[in-house]
Design a protein around this ligand. Structure first.
Ligand SMILES: CC(C)(COP(=O)(O)OP(=O)(O)OC[C@H]1O[C@@H](n2cnc3c(N)ncnc32)[C@H](O)[C@@H]1OP(=O)(O)O)[C@@H](O)C(=O)NCCC(=O)NCCS
Length: 201
């Protein structure tokens, strides 16, 4: 085990203690992000490739703590850690930019690299979508990802999101401009999805 891995697992272990789930689904749970999660989120987001994938450049731990404090006071977003059934935290997801009048919000999702490729991404997004349509009066959810982000494109499609178009040259990575794919999922489309809802788990 490398020092990095040991440190990450130590952080994960600390973050596991007595965490209450805000939302349960089939294979994952969602727990509201707390100030104690700053180190964990910071460790996940410090990698420049992950920063590119989620569109947020790594910042200091202090900035992360301030961000969590600000976001928790913000009525227009809900931030969650994604947890395995044994309460291991594996990623972050959020419903941001919530506009209750229009029923619109954006979805955000990031898994720690070692937890990708096991289907957790789709399960986490399905859980967030069920929360947005099943508990909140949302009508339209949107998501953006790079047009070359194959896992994210696959997860969004599996969760029922429809590609609306492309924001051309919308971001910079490794000296080159990249396009963003824009997706949405509407309530009537969610209603026709043939899968159990989070609350059926
Ligand atoms: C996007 C992300 C959440 C996906 O989570 P995940 O748990 O790895 O995804 P899943 O295991 O559910 O896989 C979903 C699909 O992607 C496919 N996939 C995974 N890695 C892939 C790759 N490198 N190339 C092509 N397809 C890939 C899987 O085969 C699966 O497809 P299928 O459902 O048709 O079999 C995760 O990769 C991640 O956190 N990436 C960094 C942050 C990010 O890009 N966020 C998205 C912004 S919207």
């Amino acid at each position: 085990m490398t020092e990095d891995t040991a440190m990450r697992e130590g952080i994960e272990h600390d973050a596991e203690v007595e965490r209450e789930l805000s939302w349960r689904a089939k294979s994952i749970g969602l727990a509201a992000v707390d100030m104690d999660d700053a180190e964990l989120l910071h460790s996940w987001r410090s990698d420049p490739v992950t920063a590119y994938e989620i569109g947020a450049w790594p910042r200091s731990l202090t900035a992360m703590r301030e961000r969590i404090e600000r976001d928790s006071a913000d009525d227009d977003r809900d931030d969650f850690l994604v947890l395995l059934p044994d309460r291991t935290p594996i990623g972050h997801t959020a419903l941001s930019g919530q506009n209750i009048v229009n029923g619109t919000a954006q979805v955000e999702l990031m898994l720690a690299p070692q937890h990708r490729g096991h289907g957790h991404g789709t399960d986490a997004l399905d859980a967030l979508v069920d929360l947005a349509f099943g508990e909140l009066p949302m009508h339209r959810l949107t998501a953006e990802t790079h047009t070359d982000n194959a896992p994210a494109l696959a997860v969004l499609a599996r969760s029922g999101f429809v590609r609306e178009g492309t924001s051309r040259a919308a971001c910079l990575h490794r000296g080159r401009r990249h396009d963003l794919a824009v997706f949405s999922l509407l309530r009537p489309e969610w209603e026709t999805l043939n899968r159990p809802r989070a609350w059926d788990a």
